[in-house]
Design a binder for this molecule. Structure first.
Ligand SMILES: C[S@@+](CC[C@H](N)C(=O)[O-])C[C@H]1O[C@@H](n2cnc3c(N)ncnc32)[C@H](O)[C@@H]1O
Length: 221
């Protein structure tokens, strides 16, 4: 992942936002009706330019929908890739009894998440690591949550399919995974950017070769 690629993603997002909002969730496989999830311009900071996705928190009702859609229980280990203020791992622990792991590149957000976990009384059930999610070992996860960009989901796809076990689940807020058709698409109601959508995939026993290839990233508009 080059710095210029990261910069261009955030710049494109900010440009689309200024142009009035185009659906970033669209892929070639089906028309997408979701509302794009980009922050208001004043929230795009210079720090965001080094990231693969800017910081935009998922509203709590949508977080709950993501965890319910993945059927999270106390037997799960939920990894949130790009965990922001930690709200997904924290709710996974507090309301679903799961163990939560947040991977976040921004040190200030990692500190905030750790503080919020203490305040929520789940510091012993969650862990926040300052790390690039492309470098993280996901073998321990049974559920992975994403709120990133369509292109980044596709780039993460081989890693998810390699590290996770058959039966493990992936849920994504608003953005799909290129050619990997979701098994469920749930209308999660009103969120901070309009109507929100949650997508669910389960890792199959046999992974089709085409899903290990990320060239379909070029077909994502
Ligand atoms: C759209 S926010 C989602 C935050 C949180 N998951 C939620 O749903 O509320 C994306 C997050 O990914 C983080 N991020 C971006 N690129 C990253 C990378 N390469 N590795 C780890 N975190 C990253 C950003 O700092 C930001 O907090």
């Amino acid at each position: 992942m080059t710095l210029s690629f990261r910069n261009s993603l955030v710049t494109i997002g900010a440009l689309l936002l200024l142009l009035g909002g185009l659906p970033l969730g669209a892929t070639a496989q089906e028309p997408d009706t979701t509302v794009q999830a980009v922050p208001p311009p004043e929230n795009v900071t210079s720090e965001d330019e080094d990231k693969d996705a800017p910081y935009v928190p998922t509203v709590k009702s949508v977080v709950r929908q993501m965890l319910e859609t993945a059927n999270v229980t106390e037997n799960d280990v939920v990894y949130d890739l790009g965990s922001g203020d930690g709200r997904i791992p924290i709710m996974a622990a507090k309301e679903f009894g799961a163990r939560g792991v947040g991977i976040e590149i921004d040190s200030a957000l990692v500190a905030k998440a750790r503080q919020k976990a203490k305040e929520a009384g789940v510091a012993d059930m969650v862990e926040f690591r300052q790390q690039d999610f492309f470098d993280v070992d996901l073998h321990d996860a049974t559920v992975v949550t994403l709120y990133l960009w369509p292109e980044i989901n596709v780039k993460l796809r081989p890693k998810l399919l390699e590290d996770l076990d058959p039966g493990d689940r992936i849920v994504s807020h608003d953005f799909r995974m290129g050619e990997w058709k979701p098994e469920r698409r749930v209308d999660a109601g009103k969120g901070n950017t309009g109507r929100e959508t949650v997508y669910l995939w389960t890792v199959p026993e046999t992974v089709p070769e085409r899903l290990m290839d990320t060239t379909d990233v070029s077909t994502i508009k």
